[in-house]
Design a protein around this ligand. Structure first.
Ligand code: ADP
Ligand code: MG
Length: 451
């Protein structure tokens, strides 16, 4: 049982003594399972309005912050988010798992999934679902952690100053990984230095004797290092000679990357079914974290062999059409300057005509126009034709030669109607933009049109 009644009582100073056990934790009645404890959070919606539905779907009980006059088992608390965080802290205390926390401007989810895979050969791994990386996602992931998990991998995200430290203190990692420092969310953070300082706050949660895994090629490496507690180890990953987890070679093809590395004296050679130097770097970060835990690196590297990127994060899809097929590179989940450059590198590796379909990158602040325009040369060097939507990508679009201006629209849905008829067999199509730009609508439309 994930939570006994006694543990729930001990973890929560609930105002009522209704002891009941729960086999899971849920905050969403759309995915709730019988036996779950439903936590009625008040975020965009008020979870209290869904308690009756949760109970009807077999929830063991609900954590609430006001009486609802319903029949069932309840834990009445002051604040349900504080309650969920209390469960998370208790789950962390009772756990003997080795905890790895991952943050960074890009590559968090990919590195977390690589770690889930690499650690899987050494024991049971509990890792965050999707991008559960904020003040709700992190405590939810911890509250769901099986008491006997041997490893836990958490993703810590932020887009405002001060968000990482409390998440790091809750996670109390043995290993803290920072994947990269880049201009994502710079509009809300102000500067790259501020982003680096915020990311470095992950070290504030490090367990005694823990280790920090840092990007050795980054201009911010020394700044990040200055945040590492003296009692903690510091492991650099990257291509430069000083890196303890050193990338020796990343030979990419259209659909994969042969990686060679040397990690703490061990050789690592594996093939990622995910092209691009950025994917090889994520793998080095994951292996550096494994070496920090003293694990067999060759075994961990072997587990990464064949790693495939996820939907919205580089997944490669085939679009069948009359006369042949096109390749779709689904990068629709998010975008910033660094990740767009990485995705353009992958587009350049593809055979056939290179088609870029780009939507706005968001949260870049007052420099957003310059951030977009600064990528025009790289888009021009990578794409034979560009389709764009959103005001900022419009500025980039206008900087491309007329021969490469495939089409522009105000939003993703409208753009999809222009892109779809323009595709040809043999094309390679990159679709990318921030989550809020809804480029997944273009992906869905292209897949539906050729299903
Ligand atoms: N190390 C990296 N450097 C640059 N871009 C990257 C890196 N890792 C992933 N990306 C790009 O960023 C996108 C999002 O990756 P993801 O792992 O979901 O990052 P995050 O969780 O930090 O948002 C990917 O689709 C890919 O294009
Ligand atoms: Mg993520």
């Amino acid at each position: 049982m994930l939570w006994t009644g006694e543990e729930l009582q001990a973890a929560l100073s609930a105002r009522n003594a209704d002891a009941f056990a729960a086999s899971g934790i849920s905050i969403d009645t759309r995915s709730i399972k019988p036996g779950d404890l439903f936590v009625a959070l008040t975020a965009e919606r008020d979870g209290h309005d869904y308690v009756a539905e949760a109970l009807a779907k077999g929830a063991a009980g609900a954590m609430i912050s006001r009486e609802l006059g319903l029949d069932g088992h309840f834990l009445l608390v002051e604040d349900t988010l504080a309650g969920l965080t209390g469960l998370a802290a208790f789950a962390r205390r009772r756990s003997a798992a080795k905890v790895i926390a991952v943050t960074g401007s890009v590559g968090k989810t990919t590195s977390k999934e690589m770690l889930r895979r690499a650690l899987g050969g050494f024991g049971s791994v509990h890792a965050a679902d999707a991008s559960f990386n904020n003040h709700i996602g992190v405590p939810l992931t911890l509250a769901r952690m099986p008491r006997d998990a041997e490893f836990a991998v958490l993703e810590l995200g932020m887009n405002h100053p001060g968000e990482i430290a409390p998440l790091a203190r809750l996670a109390r990692p043995h290993v803290a990984v920072i994947t990269a420092i880049a201009r994502a969310h710079i509009g809300l953070m102000g500067s790259l230095e501020a982003i680096a300082a915020e990311k470095a706050a992950i070290c504030l949660g490090l367990e005694p004797g823990g280790a920090a895994v840092l990007p050795a090629d980054s201009a911010f490496f020394d700044q990040l290092k200055s945040f590492v507690p003296v009692a903690a180890r510091c492991i650099g990953f990257g291509a430069n000679e000083s890196a303890q987890a050193r990338l020796l070679n990343a030979a990419s093809s259209a659909d994969g990357c042969d990686v060679r590395g040397a990690i703490a004296g061990a050789r690592a050679e594996f093939h990622l079914a995910a092209p691009g130097r950025h994917m090889a770097m994520n793998a080095m970060a994951a292996l550096a974290a494994c070496s920090a835990l003293g694990l067999d690196i060759e075994k961990a590297a072997a587990a990464l062999d064949g790693f495939l990127p996820f939907a919205g994060r580089g997944m490669r899809k085939v679009i069948e059409m009359r006369g042949g097929a096109a390749i779709l590179l689904d990068e629709s989940y998010n975008a910033s300057g660094a990740s767009l450059r990485a995705a353009l590198e992958v587009l350049r590796l593809q055979p056939g005509r290179h088609v870029a379909v780009l939507g706005d990158m968001l949260e870049l602040g007052e420099d957003e126009r310059r951030e977009h325009e600064s990528l025009a040369a790289e888009v021009d060097a990578s794409a034979d034709i560009l389709f764009a939507c959103g005001p900022m990508m419009g500025f980039l679009f206008n900087l491309l030669p007329a021969s490469k201006q495939g089409g522009y629209a105000a939003d993703a849905r409208a753009l999809a109607t222009i892109v779809q008829p323009a595709l040809r067999p043999g094309d390679a199509v990159l679709v990318k933009g921030s989550y809020g730009s809804r480029m997944r609508d273009v992906v869905a439309a292209l897949e539906a049109a050729h299903a």
